[in-house]
Design a binder for this molecule. Structure first.
Ligand code: MG
Length: 401
């Protein structure tokens, strides 16, 4: 019979090895040498998450038993009474993932074994291609296909397209400007161009990034239908999800949604009414592995597949968590993947490797990833005011990023 192991201390580690500021939680235990890591990365608000962990969760958690993961998740979610906000959900996720990591280490098993074992050996991933014009986008898709990727997300000029010919009013403030209708016209042409020049076996994805008004989103989903995207991502903002019902009735374009979701109310109706095809929550944003496991099972009941959010502002620890869920979940669809730098591989030993478009977990116990804290300390988070989220419509009014 194993003895009771308790939470001895919690450390919040902030680091910025690449563009995104990362928050990693380290849970230390009463067992010498036994610790767990979790992702709590809300890259635009890292200092708020740090304070939530250090000032609120840590005093509540020290001394609790490490194997009561479910109870701790339920208690931390309601301990502040008000709940389901992005800062606290990320803080809770950091602890939750670290406790799953500890549980796997104690069992001597990778996390996917604790979830129910592998449904597949590796997770198919999609990566991002961008460009200034359709030709450059197509050339960048070609390069990724040569590296073995079979699913590629295409954008042109980032989110919202190019904005060089915008007519702004006098005294318009600085910002990240875009014109929703110009974007949808040019992007439609780009999708047509790339689809016509790429092997049909290569699956294409596009992320609208909530840049369209709902009626224009409906038109866009209809217009891209002939190009048979693998999915269209975030065609609506979370505030407009009532429109999914209307889009669904008029278009067969597969729909993926959810990277901004915080609260189960946001996904419940979309899944039970079968209005989306892929749920792509950001796992740390919904509170960690515990709710993500439940969400995967719930979605699977309704024929909705998983496509967890996985860009550079998910930490390597968060990517490891994504991957364990991916290889287990019977209703896995696809995994978004960024291509980490050499520094990130050095800072996070065990960071999963991609080969021929598949991401492979290692078989180390728990999440299978560690953090070189001394190296992380050499790359502190910048104290900046985020620019790309200062988004504006042509007349200068604020828009959702
Ligand atoms: Mg996205």
């Amino acid at each position: 019979m194993s003895s009771v192991i308790r939470i001895r201390d919690i450390k919040t580690i902030l680091t910025q090895p690449a563009q995104s500021r990362l928050v990693i939680v380290k849970v230390l235990t009463s067992e010498p040498g036994l610790h767990g890591l979790g992702c709590a990365t809300f890259t635009q608000r890292v200092f708020a998450v740090q304070a939530a962990i250090e000032r609120h969760l840590k005093p509540f958690l020290i001394g609790r038993e490490v194997d009561r993961i479910e109870e701790i998740w339920q208690m931390t979610m309601v301990h502040g009474y008000w709940r389901n906000g992005p800062v606290l959900n990320n803080a809770i996720s950091g602890v939750d993932q670290a406790l799953w990591d500890i549980q796997g280490k104690r069992a001597g098993m990778p996390l996917y074994q604790l979830l129910g074992g592998k449904s597949r050996e590796a997770a198919a991933v999609y990566v991002h291609a961008d460009g200034r014009d359709p030709q450059e986008v197509e050339a960048n898709v070609r390069k990724l296909v040569e590296q073995g990727f079979r699913y590629v997300r295409i954008q042109m000029g980032g989110y919202g397209g190019q904005t060089s010919d915008l007519v702004k009013p006098e005294n318009a403030p600085d910002g990240n400007y875009f014109d929703p209708r110009a974007y949808s016209r040019s992007m439609l042409k780009t999708i047509e161009y790339v689809r016509g020049r790429t092997d049909q076996a290569i699956e294409l994805i596009h992320d609208v990034h909530e840049r369209l008004h709902p009626i224009d989103a409906l038109q866009f989903a209809k217009d891209v239908e002939p190009y048979k995207l693998f999915f269209l991502e975030d065609v609506l903002a979370p505030e407009d999800i009532g429109w999914f019902k209307i889009i669904r009735q008029q278009s067969a374009t597969p729909l993926a949604m959810g990277e901004l979701f915080n609260n189960p109310h946001e996904w419940r109706g979309l899944i039970t009414d079968q209005l989306i095809d892929f749920i792509r929550a950001h796992i740390s944003q919904i509170g960690g592995i515990t709710p993500a496991r439940n969400l995967a099972i719930f979605a699977g009941t309704f024929g909705v597949r998983t496509a967890w959010h996985g860009p550079g502002d998910t930490s390597p620890v968060g990517h490891a968590a994504n991957l364990h869920l991916d290889v287990w979940a019977p209703n896995f669809g696809i995994q978004e993947w960024y291509q980490p730098s050499e520094l990130e591989y050095e800072m996070f030993p065990g960071l999963p490797q991609v080969r021929k478009g598949y991401l492979y977990p290692n078989d180390n116990p728990g999440l299978g990833i560690e953090l070189d804290e001394q190296l992380a300390a050499r790359y502190p988070c910048e104290e900046i005011v985020e620019k790309w989220t200062q988004t504006r419509l042509p007349d200068g009014s604020p828009a959702r990023p």
